[in-house]
Every structure is written in structure tokens, then in C-alpha cells.
Design a protein. Structure first.
Length: 304
């Protein structure tokens, strides 16, 4: 962060002010619509995996370029109004100082904390990128259809470990998805009109009643308590009752499977919360722009 623009005591005061204002604005949205917390977490994840944590996921498309927002994995992202409201409020306190990339990271943390999930220390000082390309989002974001080999390669490509994969996948304990993310497992898993044999048969039957072949938009809860940040995710993975193939794939690797087995009781919840915070800090360091690289956007949806 450009603390050189201010005297040390003044910067400390301004920093406290903007952090408090950011949390207050975020809290107003989450108190009215708690369901915004999962997509705000997802927005941070989708931002960091493409060009690093540079706010590129926030940029609008132009007549000459389709931005990341237009990519299929991002078309269900919501919560941009929260980022814009926070940016507007923070600009009134310290204009031209706090990047949109930092705001995405801070809002994700505060939103999860406000629904009684884990908290973590967000490192600040990111600058905003000026490039956003839809095809890069399509190619670089981990897919719900990936197997364990593909998932490990995807995380390794951005400097994250296999443990980070097991931990951050636990973010799927909250929120919703749509039939588009699970339909291949239900009706055409290997291209022969079959189903994914790794799915629990009762859960498979339930999903097939909800999602019809070719249907994309019906909403599905991510697990049995989609509003609560807890360790039920690991229980449902173990019981083969997850929506995504990428979640089920965690049972196909010794390290990720061991992590899951360690969190099958309530006693593992605090360890998971601690681990989640560490992995979120790791993720927040991906491809960060600092110094003279990038810019501090005046509006998050547009380059300066």
C-alpha cells in the first residue's frame, strides 16, 4: 500500500478508517443477503487464478475485448455491487490508495467472517491489472469436471500445494451451484449415456429427479447446510455425496484423502478454520502486482 503518501501516524489512522468502513459496508450487504458471502469468496478465488490477484475479474468487456466476466465459469458470479459500494466508500477516505484487488480480498474475508466462518489476516499492497481476457479465465480456472491429476496441476501452476487444494476445496461447504455443473455425471459421464459410478446411488437418484438432461439453471445447494461454514463438506465428500467431480476427486489422492479423513468429526472444525485462513493467505499472494506495475483503479470495472 502506498503509505509513503502519508505520514506514519496519519496513514495508521486512515488505514483503520478505511478497514472499518469496508467492513461496515460489507456487513450491510451480508446482513440483508447472507447468500452473497459464497460468491464473494468465489470472486476472490476466480480473480487470483487468472493473472494473479489483480482485480482483473472485475473489469467490464469492451467493444474490442471480451473480459473475464464473459467467460462461462464467471457468468454465475454475483456481488459486484458490493465491491463497487466498498470502493466508493473507501475512495472518500483515501482516494487513489486502495486497489480493487485488495478490496476483493478484504471483502471475501469479511463476508466469510460475518457468516461465522474463519478469519485471516489479509496482506495489503496489491495493485490492479489492466488486462482481462475471457479465454484466459476459461483455460485457467479449475473446472468442476477435473480429475485429481488436473486439479493438482492447476493448483501447482499458481504456486499452491496439494494441501491448499484440499483446504480451499472446503470452501464448497457454502453456497449454491446449478445443474450445469453436475449434469455430465448424471447422464453422460464417459460419453456413453452413463452415470458417474463414484456417486452415492441415493444421492444420484435425487439429483436426477432435480436436474433433467440438458437443463442448466436449476439451483442446487452445495451441501446439506449451504448457509453454514463448517466441515460438513468433508463428510459429504467421504460419503460420495458431492455435486462436483472435482470434489469427489479428492478421494483419489493419498494426501487429499488423508486430509478429508482427519476432518470427519466436529473436533476437526477449528483446525480446518485455521488451515483455511493459511491457504487463503497463500492464494492471496498469487501473481500480485506491486511497485510501478499495474495501477490503482478509480472504478473497479474500468481501467483508468
Amino acid at each position: 500500500m502506498c503509505s509513503m503518501c502519508f505520514k506514519p501516524l496519519e496513514w495508521k489512522r486512515l488505514r483503520c478508517q478505511f478497514l472499518r468502513k469496508l467492513k461496515d459496508v460489507t456487513a450491510k450487504f451480508i446482513s440483508r443477503t447472507p447468500s452473497l458471502a459464497p460468491p464473494l469468496l468465489r470472486m476472490h478465488f476466480h480473480d487470483c487464478f487468472v493473472r494473479g490477484c489483480d482485480g482483473s475479474v472485475l473489469l467490464n468487456s469492451t467493444s474490442k475485448n471480451q473480459a473475464e466476466k464473459a467467460a462461462i465459469p464467471n457468468q454465475f458470479l454475483i456481488g459486484y455491487q458490493v465491491i463497487d459500494a466498498v470502493k466508493s466508500a473507501v475512495e472518500k477516505i483515501c482516494p487513489g490508495v486502495v486497489s480493487c484487488a485488495d478490496i476483493v480480498a478484504l471483502v471475501a474475508r469479511d463476508a466469510i467472517t460475518l457468516i461465522k466462518g474463519p478469519s485471516w489476516q489479509v496482506e495489503l499492497g496489491r495493485r490492479d491489472g489492466t488486462v482481462s481476457i475471457a479465454s484466459e479465465a476459461l483455460n485457467k480456472l479449475p473446472s468442476p469436471f477435473m480429475n485429481i491429476t488436473q486439479l493438482k496441476a492447476s493448483f501447482q501452476s499458481v504456486g499452491l500445494s496439494v494441501k491448499d487444494l484440499a483446504v480451499l476445496s472446503g470452501g464448497h461447504t457454502i453456497g449454491i451451484s446449478h445443474c450445469i455443473g453436475v449434469n455430465p455425471r448424471l447422464f453422460n459421464f464417459t460419453g456413453k449415456g452413463d452415470t458417474d459410478p463414484s456417486l452415492d446411488p441415493k444421492y444420484l437418484a435425487k439429483l436426477r429427479r432435480t436436474c433433467k438432461p440438458g437443463e442448466c439453471t436449476t439451483i442446487l445447494p452445495m451441501d446439506s447446510s449451504p448457509k453454514k461454514f463448517d466441515i460438513d463438506y468433508y463428510t459429504t465428500v467421504s460419503n460420495r455425496r458431492r455435486l462436483f467431480q472435482s470434489d469427489a476427486a479428492l478421494l483419489d489422492d493419498t494426501e487429499t484423502k488423508t486430509y478429508i479423513q482427519q476432518h470427519l468429526s466436529h473436533a476437526g472444525s477449528m483446525r480446518f478454520f485455521d488451515d483455511f485462513g493459511v491457504s487463503m493467505v497463500n492464494m492471496g499472494r498469487i501473481g500480485v502486482l506491486t511497485g510501478k506495475n499495474g495501477e490503482i483503479r478509480k472504478q473497479c470495472a474500468f481501467v483508468n
